[in-house]
Write a protein that binds this ligand. Structure first.
Ligand SMILES: C[S@@+](CC[C@H](N)C(=O)[O-])C[C@H]1O[C@@H](n2cnc3c(N)ncnc32)[C@H](O)[C@@H]1O
Length: 242
């Protein structure tokens, strides 16, 4: 069963920025840039374009706001009504037109969209929570237009033998303690490092993407901040899926 983010929605942003010392903002920025077609890369003001992006597991909408800044019309989908409520609030308070965003309650494993509906698909720190990973990845590729780009950010354990012990102490002891003190949930923040350790990273993750039923090319992955965060970028083949 998927973890219920309704329980921690209120404290989610604060905990995220605190746990990562603000690096999560930078990671999302990096992911947003990777999702942009070349002509939008340099854009830093809100100039609406025809490009439609789907942000899967959009949570409280931080990635959606960055994508809108790049000129995308953004659809955000998430399983948690409480997370979506915060996303709607944040985007309503932003300078963007309300029509820039469309938030929907929905499951990544059964996306409520037609095939090939989006120019780009993104997912920041969401895929680790899917119950059936390949099903979710396959759905994300199904709704992506041929030639479109999919960008995934996900947390991972660092490879370096030097960094690993520090990472382990931080994630196994300090994060659950912070979770208890600041968000009233040791359980949620014990789940976090456990789910990261179980999750495939690097080539192993790209292999799962290749197994998701759609042909992809230009598969890349990049380690951010000692590999604590991974950026995956793939393109869907121009020819029909299958
Ligand atoms: C760690 S949060 C990431 C939120 C946001 N993308 C961000 O950058 O902070 C994970 C989100 O994935 C959502 N989620 C988990 N499984 C999902 C699924 N199968 N379909 C849609 N959303 C899902 C959760 O409700 C939660 O909001």
């Amino acid at each position: 069963m998927a973890y219920d983010f309704d329980k921690i929605a209120r404290d989610y942003d604060r905990m995220n920025h605190l746990m990562t010392a603000g690096l999560d903002r930078w990671w999302r920025l990096y992911g947003t840039r990777a999702a942009c077609p070349r002509n939008l890369r340099k854009q830093d003001a809100c100039v609406p374009t025809e490009n439609k992006v789907l942000d899967v597991a959009c949570g409280t909408g931080d990635m959606c706001l960055l994508l809108a800044k790049r000129g995308f019309a953004v659809t955000g989908v998430d399983l948690s009504e409480e997370m979506l409520a915060i996303a709607r609030q944040k985007t309503a308070l932003s300078n963007f037109q309300l029509s820039t965003f469309n938030f929907q309650l929905g499951d990544a494993e059964h996306l409520p969209f037609e095939d090939a509906s989006f120019d780009a698909v993104t997912c920041a720190f969401g895929v680790r929570n899917f119950v059936h990973l390949e099903q979710g990845l396959g759905e994300m590729l199904r709704v992506l237009k041929p030639g479109g780009r999919m960008v995934i950010l996900e947390l991972a354990t660092p490879d370096s033998a030097l960094v690993r012990p520090l990472y382990n102490i931080y994630t196994r002891r300090i994060i659950p303690w912070l979770g208890q003190r600041l968000a009233g949930s040791r359980e949620a923040y014990t789940y976090l490092p456990q789910s990261i350790e179980r999750f495939p990273k690097g080539e192993a993750f790209l292999e799962r993407l290749r197994n998701s039923g759609f042909k992809i090319h230009d598969c890349r992955h990049r380690r951010l901040t000692f590999g604590v965060c991974r950026l995956y970028v793939v393109c869907k083949n121009e020819e029909a899926a299958g």
